[in-house]
Design a protein around this ligand. Structure first.
Ligand SMILES: [Zn+2]
Length: 148
């Protein structure tokens, strides 16, 4: 079985340090920027510290790594070691994600979640992700989830 992550990502995962400014996130930012959207980053005073905040559209966007956020998709695989540690950690991340999303919706924010698997791997259509985000930002839907 081949690893889905490179060596440095793997060592960061194993050390339990969560990445900021991950590649999928940078990709989403540049897609938004190219489509004329302006935004703020890592807003600490909102639930869940959303990666991207578009005040004008009353929208926040999370770019979720499938490993860290326990996505049920082909990119997710339980590490072979320290099963209890990872189950606890990823379980907690999922619980926090859920709470943050509910709190944001209750506060009137619109919440977009782009999963890493929508962006990574063969045959992924990045432009269609950009288009879905653009359309969502301009309509009034409360929730958008983009998966691979
Ligand atoms: Zn995924």
């Amino acid at each position: 079985m081949t690893d889905i992550v490179d060596a440095s990502t793997r060592s960061r995962m194993m050390s339990g340090i969560r990445a900021k400014n991950t590649k999928p996130e940078i990709l989403i930012r540049s897609l938004l920027h190219r489509n004329g959207f302006r935004f703020r980053l890592h807003v600490n005073n909102l639930p869940g510290k959303p990666d991207i905040v578009l005040t004008r559209y009353h929208a926040v966007i999370f770019v979720h790594g499938c490993f860290w956020h326990g996505h049920e998709c082909p990119l997710f695989k339980w590490p072979g070691t320290r099963p209890d540690f990872w189950r606890e950690k990823i379980g907690r991340n999922r619980t926090n994600d859920h709470k943050a999303r509910e709190a944001l919706l209750v506060a009137g924010w619109r919440v977009g979640i782009v999963w890493e698997c929508a962006l990574r791997g063969a045959g992924k259509n990045i432009d269609s992700v950009a288009q879905r985000l653009s359309e969502w930002l301009r309509n009034n839907a409360q929730l958008l989830e983009v998966v691979g």
